[in-house]
Design a protein around this ligand. Structure first.
Ligand SMILES: *[C@@H]1O[C@H](CO)[C@@H](O)[C@H](O)[C@H]1NC(C)=O
Ligand SMILES: *[C@@H]1O[C@H](CO)[C@@H](O)[C@H](O)[C@H]1NC(C)=O
Ligand SMILES: *[C@@H]1O[C@H](CO)[C@@H](O)[C@H](O)[C@H]1NC(C)=O
Length: 356
């Protein structure tokens, strides 16, 4: 015979005996939080405040330690549910850093959002603008065993701009090369003016590279019309005069040219200007008998030491004029001081007269 089932009061009594301690167990922790500290996860740390207990439905997220990266698809958080933390596995793994930035290539779009690169993983690059692919070299990088990226080859090379060609009456200065990024400089020969850009650089255009500026023009510089002169003409006058070309002036009959008979076209600050003023044509004066000009210096010697006591000192008048050979410089003419004063007051003619 089986014992009779416990009567209801008996169950109540049993429960009643347990009620207080049970409630204490259930309710007391619930007030503080349902879960205690979250579990340890290798190579990761939970992001916690100062809390030691966590209520139901609390989520705690972990952060990978330095050098480790979250493996995509793996959970990095735990949830407090029914007093227990949800399961979490190891989700942090060693990874290469974000792939090396290369000056000539950029990471293909499909890799740009990725940040987990386990050992042996490969990333692909594509050439930047202005560069072309060198098909003989690999454009991939691999994450090595020591979690560094393999050394990149220079698998993209600079594209070259077309040869600029010759600059007529000028010069194209290619300082380095014609590759992407290079600049070339233009200059014109003397006598020519540069119209346009003085330099150009090789830059990306559409899917290729091209010059930023076209070749300039070297325009010949001309001088202004040569000045015309009175009583004279320009020989073989041209319609225009360029650098180094000259004009020659001649005077009409009866006129004499004064100044430079020829002037030439010079260049100053990209402008043409004549090398000097045009000459002048002056009326030719009829030939007149030339009178000897009295322009030689007169030296007056006063030998005071020789005749100190003589009151009416005799001075030596000494003319150095060599005109006509008469009266040699050494032949002195003895005159008195008063005569000298008189002489000084007289005209040149008188003086000449006196000497003779
Ligand atoms: C580069 O990587 C891509 C994708 O991983 C692969 O298809 C390609 O063959 C690789 N190229 C080289 C040269 O390794
Ligand atoms: C990583 O390994 C590669 C190849 O084994 C080596 O060339 C490189 O120097 C290593 N880098 C570091 C930081 O150890
Ligand atoms: C070209 O340019 C460089 C740098 O501006 C200069 O040193 C050089 O003399 C130039 N060469 C010629 C031929 O003009």
């Amino acid at each position: 015979m089986s014992p009779p089932p416990p009567s209801a009061p008996a169950v109540l009594r049993l429960l009643g005996g347990l009620t207080l301690p049970l409630l204490g167990l259930l309710c007391a922790p619930a007030a503080q939080g349902a879960c205690s500290l979250p579990p340890d996860v290798p190579n990761a740390q939970p992001v916690l405040g100062a809390l030691a207990r966590f209520p139901e439905q609390t989520t705690v997220t972990y952060k990978c330690n330095k050098g480790f990266v979250k493996v995509p698809g793996k959970s990095d958080s735990v949830l407090c549910l029914d007093d227990k933390w949800s399961d979490i596995g190891e989700f942090c793994s060693r990874s290469c850093d974000v792939p090396t930035r290369l000056p000539f290539a950029s990471l293909k779009k499909s890799y740009s959002k990725q940040n987990y690169f386990p050992e042996g993983s490969t990333v692909e690059y594509e050439c930047r603008l202005g560069y072309r692919r060198d098909p003989t070299l690999s454009g991939n990088l691999t994450c090595l065993q020591n979690f560094t990226w393999s050394k990149p080859d220079e698998f993209c090379k600079k594209k070259q701009c077309p040869t600029p060609g010759d600059l007529k009456n000028g010069h194209v200065n290619i300082t380095t090369d014609l590759l992407f990024g290079a600049s070339i400089f233009f200059s014109c020969n003397t006598g020519y003016k540069l119209v346009g850009a003085t330099s150009s650089y090789c830059f990306p255009v559409e899917n290729d590279v091209g010059w930023s500026d076209p070749l300039p023009e070297c325009q010949e510089i001309f001088c202004p019309e040569p000045p015309s002169i009175v009583h004279g003409t320009i020989q073989d006058k041209r319609s225009s005069y360029a650098y180094r070309q000259s004009v020659t002036y001649t005077c009409n009959k009866g006129f004499t040219l004064h100044g430079q008979s020829s002037i030439y076209c010079a260049i100053k600050e990209d402008q043409g200007e004549w090398s000097g003023p045009a000459p002048e044509c002056k009326e030719t004066l009829p030939a007149v008998e030339s009178t000897p000009a009295f322009e030689k210096p007169i030296t007056v010697n006063v030998p005071a030491t020789k005749h100190p006591a003589v009151p009416r000192a005799t001075t030596r008048f000494h003319a150095t004029s060599t005109s006509k050979g008469r009266g040699s410089p050494s032949s002195g003419v003895g005159i008195t001081a008063s005569a000298l004063i008189t002489l000084m007051r007289t005209t040149k003619q008188l003086m000449l007269h006196f000497i003779i």
